[in-house]
Design a protein around this ligand. Structure first.
Ligand SMILES: Cc1ncc(COP(=O)(O)O)c(C=O)c1O
Length: 487
């Protein structure tokens, strides 16, 4: 795919063209698809009609789209597009997963802690843990907000906010929930120390040691660690790399196992990048409600979408208070501030109490700073840039994998977030590759840590948050190592 590789886009139409190029490359818009009409896009993006036209003309010049008289703009067929030379383009996506049908005890702690330690080594190119791009975090702006708050609200900023947490922050979270399809009130929300604490509290509120939790396969290793630490069993459900958890497989699993809770990352799952279609979210909520089974929904990356609209959350369809929605500001604003939250439906009183019992309160100044960052309009402004940059970086890394990895490789096409899930030849052991990669100064996440049952031996997850010459070279080195493993 022909890409604009200039890191900064001086004109609005150029940045819009870069966004659209990313969407075409990632398969959101496929050959033959009609792009949104000029008027519609102009209204959605809040830019002039001529800006949209300029962007479309640029893409036309580049051979990516074509204008059809009286009809609109369409993505050209792959043959019609001017593509760079690549060894095999495009790479297929991984197939729907096929985990073990029985619940399993998780036992991954040593490997996970090893991978986490490597993520702090400044001498390694960090493709392992899913850390956001530091250069894209609004750290300076937050520093200024923190300084002002500490000065002007000295007492409050160094006091306790007992659960459910700082009210102005809960007001901002409730306001934003409307765009995600939910109507929440501040009283529905409990603030937490990050999303992982929210998930853990929710698991504790609805399960006891020995219970079975149905989860997507693969799933984020932190969630598996919470399951392990609480003595729960993970029942891994086949999951499609684009559409998320298989509802047919989940229905079957519910009929054959005493499942106590279900936990999904409904929007831009980590590591798959899958995003459940709206109808599937509704069906998931209805299916679980019919069995009176709580759904813990992790929406940590829901704001990092590459298309035009934020995907809604499954919680939008919750009629019984059975959905416990969890999120944080770690992926988009401030991982180090540890500000997260949950809207735990009918389990709110229990979650609030568990929060107090486990960590008392959430740190005050970070909650105040995030509330102010949202209230003053900086969050939305920041997110617009973030989405554009991550769409671009994910696309660049995908293309590098296409260029550098051997035929037979498969890679996901996430429509949001910033991780890629790569399926390698069966001959590659991702743990071997991980060790070899460390020797050449690169760290990655081996597939093993995303499953309770050693399922993803020949898979790796790559963090695509950063795109630079150094990262490009690192992908090249990984490609060579994979070549060597299968030689
Ligand atoms: C799906 C998912 N949930 C939770 C977390 C942890 O979030 P936090 O740092 O806010 O605890 C992560 C971090 O990578 C994640 O990917």
């Amino acid at each position: 795919m022909l890409m604009d590789t200039s890191p900064t886009k001086d004109f609005l139409y150029e940045s819009l063209a870069a966004d659209l190029t990313g969407l075409i490359a990632s398969g959101t818009f496929r050959p033959g698809d009609r792009l949104p009409s000029v008027r519609r896009l102009s209204a959605q993006r809040k830019v002039s009609v001529s800006t949209i036209l300029q962007a479309y003309m640029l893409l036309e010049d580049r051979g990516l789209i074509e204008a059809r008289p009286q009809s609109g703009y369409y993505v050209r067929s792959a043959e019609g597009q001017r593509l760079p030379v690549s060894r095999h383009d495009p790479l297929p996506e991984p197939e729907i997963s096929s985990p073990e049908p029985d619940p399993a005890q998780v036992g991954l702690r040593e490997l996970v802690m090893h991978v986490l330690r490597d993520s702090e080594n400044p001498n390694l190119v960090q493709l392992g843990t899913a850390l956001p791009n530091r250069d894209l975090l609004p750290t300076k702006r937050l520093n200024r907000i923190v300084a002002t708050l500490a000065r002007e609200q000295e007492e409050q900023s160094n006091g306790y906010f007992f659960p459910p947490g700082y009210e102005p922050l809960r007001v901002q979270i409730a306001k934003r929930a409307i765009v995600a399809g939910c109507s929440l009130s501040p009283a529905d929300i409990v603030t937490t120390a990050g999303c992982l604490e929210a998930v853990e509290l929710c698991l504790r509120a609805v399960c006891q040691a020995g219970d079975i939790v149905a989860i997507e396969s693969p799933t984020y290793f932190g969630i598996l660690q919470s399951i392990e630490a609480l003595g729960l069993k993970a029942l891994e459900i086949p999951t499609h790399p684009r559409d998320g958890i298989s509802l047919g497989a989940l229905r079957f699993a519910l009929e054959h196992n005493p499942v106590r809770a279900c936990l999904v990352v409904s929007n831009f799952n980590n590591p798959l990048g899958s995003c459940m279609p709206e109808e599937a979210k509704r069906e998931l909520v209805d299916l679980l409600a019919a069995h009176e089974i709580p759904l813990i929904e992790d929406d940590i990356s829901g704001e990092i979408y590459f298309s035009e609209q934020r995907p809604i959350v499954a919680k939008a369809f919750d009629r019984k208070g059975l959905v416990l929605l969890c999120s944080s500001f770690s992926k988009d604003v401030c991982p180090g501030y540890r500000v997260g939250w949950t809207a735990p439906g009918r389990f709110k009183a229990t979650v609030e109490w568990l929060k107090f019992a486990s960590s008392g309160t959430t740190a005050s100044l970070p909650q105040m700073a995030v509330a102010e960052f949202i209230a003053c309009g900086s969050f939305d402004h920041h997110l617009r840039r973030l989405r554009r940059e991550y769409a671009f970086n994910v696309e660049q890394m995908t293309q590098a994998v296409v260029r550098c990895f051997p035929a037979g490789t498969r890679v996901t096409r996430p429509a949001g977030g910033f991780v890629l899930w790569v399926q390698l030849s069966e001959m590659v052991d991702s743990l071997d590759l991980y060790r070899q990669a460390l020797k050449v100064g690169v760290t990655l996440a081996p597939g093993y840590i995303f499953s309770a049952s050693n399922k993803y031996r020949n898979f790796i997850r790559l963090n695509a948050a950063v795109w630079s010459k150094e990262v490009e070279r690192a992908i090249g080195r990984l490609g060579e190592l994979v070549d060597q493993e299968i030689a």
